[in-house]
Write a protein that binds this ligand. Sequence first.
Ligand code: GLC
Ligand code: GLC
Length: 624
Amino acid sequence: MPRLRQALRERLAASAHWPAFDARLGRHLGALHDELALLYGGRPDFERFLVALLEQAFASWSAREPALKALDARREADPDWFQSQRMLGGVCYVDLFAGDFAGVQARIPFLRELGLNYLHLMPPFECPEPHSDGGYAVTSYRETNPRLGRIDDLRRLARALREAGISLVLDFVFNHSSDEHEWARAARAGDPAFRDFYFLFPDRTEPDRYERTLREIFPDEHAGAFSQLADGRWVWTTFHSYQWDLNYANPAVFAAMAGEMLFIANLGVEFLRMDAVAFIWKRLGSACENLPEAHTLLRAYNALARIAAPALLFKSEAIVHPDEVVRYLSPAECQVSYNPLQMALLWSSLATREVNLLQQALEERHALPAGTAWVNYVRSHDDIGWTFADEDAIELGIHGFDHRQFLNRFYVNRFEGSFARGVPFQDNPHTGDCRISGCCASLCGLEQGDPHAVARILLLHGIVLAAGGIPLLYLGDEIGTSNDFAYLQDPGKAGDSRWVHRPPRRADLEAQRLDGATAAGQIFMGLRRLIERRQATPAFAGGRLIGFRSKNPSVLGFTRPAPEGDLLVLANFSEHEQAIDAAVLAGLVPSAADLVSGRRHELRAGLQLAPYQLLWLQLVQGSS
Ligand code: GLC
Ligand code: GLC
């Protein structure tokens, strides 16, 4: 290590950017070295590889805008900044939400009105049409999709967002590139420098051996995990056949993607959404998901970010078994992560009117290591998959496979009496596996005029807002946007039902947002109220949560402990009134104010919850 640092010092110490870089090397070079040594340390050129990587990192640090360096220093001094109860995220497609980058910039006042301070723009980088997977098939990480604007427009937008107090979130699509990326073209042409960037095979021998232990991710699009090229060869494609998986066993891939990562960081990005993290390392005989090397790679990238772009944090996208999801969370790996378990179980509870699985998840799977946080959400741009653990379910007498079958029928409206209007995604008759597409409003019953739809939408969001971490809204859901079947007319989208829940911005609904006579207005104003209350209530900061058993199977309960007085959250998941017995509430204060409605409740008399009612009760001693 000292030799490494000396080699760098000799070359770089003359620069004014060196001292700050050197100080961070002092703190993080050890981690970077140790992680990379696990992957590539046996190679004779390891040290040269590391020096080149750090020279690249230094060039990136030197080019970093002064405003970003100032942000770096602020974030380093306050590493828990994202645990604040003021945090609120939104996600959208640039084109569908606002046309282009300038359009998003013009919409900053609306984002502020909603209370957002975190904005995830779906991947805006160059990608081929129609084979773009909504931006997840990238041909260049340094150019934007020209329909959205130029890279400098994106930089300008990032600056405007930052000045408005909104952190920009972009994806790092690093498990794969488009098959039209120049690296893929070179690999296909047999260029020796790029041959090992991907997994190319002359015939089916190796693919067949791997597939014995692999799961199919997009079986509607192609069977298995490999796709055949026109010349007969096979290439690894976990997702669409035009998305080629990158081969991180090759250190050149790590280095090339490190350059792209730091370029994206310097655009002014504060959270990098690490796409498809479960899949980034492969080993024959394994499921090629969640391998230890995937974690090593993430920690190596994280150490590099700490050195060259310290304000940058990582958000894990691992939609896998809950035991595996939490393994990506640590200050040295991903500081935040989607919470797919809570998301799926919100929908499960809505379907069954029973909160047992969700209550169990909050009690047993919510706690996280210090310095990390969940991103809690009702739905995303992707499908809803039923990723709860079968072993958890069986403790409650629930059979995982059967329960998933029920949920799928319920949400695609093949279950009598269902209020939901969803669409199947990747329905796999071989395994019985299926996931769900659909807008929040459509899955909650708004599309078919169910009288409880608005209350359901507010209930789900109310839990996401109360459960700590960073709540994330899919923009459009705050005004009750429903499913959009126009995608069936677009040949690039027709085969992928997720487009049903990615509708363009509905200006008509937005115009109704302050009109309490409309569903859009009720949802928007109801949400605004919850957001305001959350942001003003310190008990909602951080992620600590303690289960509270309501003894009513339809009522979820948990407290958010706080020195200034705990908060008790109660949520009725049924369309019937539900009672909570006075005895259950006996240990608490005699009466409490509800932050949602502003009303006081006499707890010593027990509680009566209206259909789908949400209570945020402030338990302050001596407040009665
Ligand atoms: C991620 C994205 C999803 C995309 C896939 C392949 O899971 O969220 O939309 O299809 O990765 O990049
Ligand atoms: C991956 C993808 C996600 C998909 C899931 C399927 O995590 O990123 O889009 O739904 O796998 O299991």
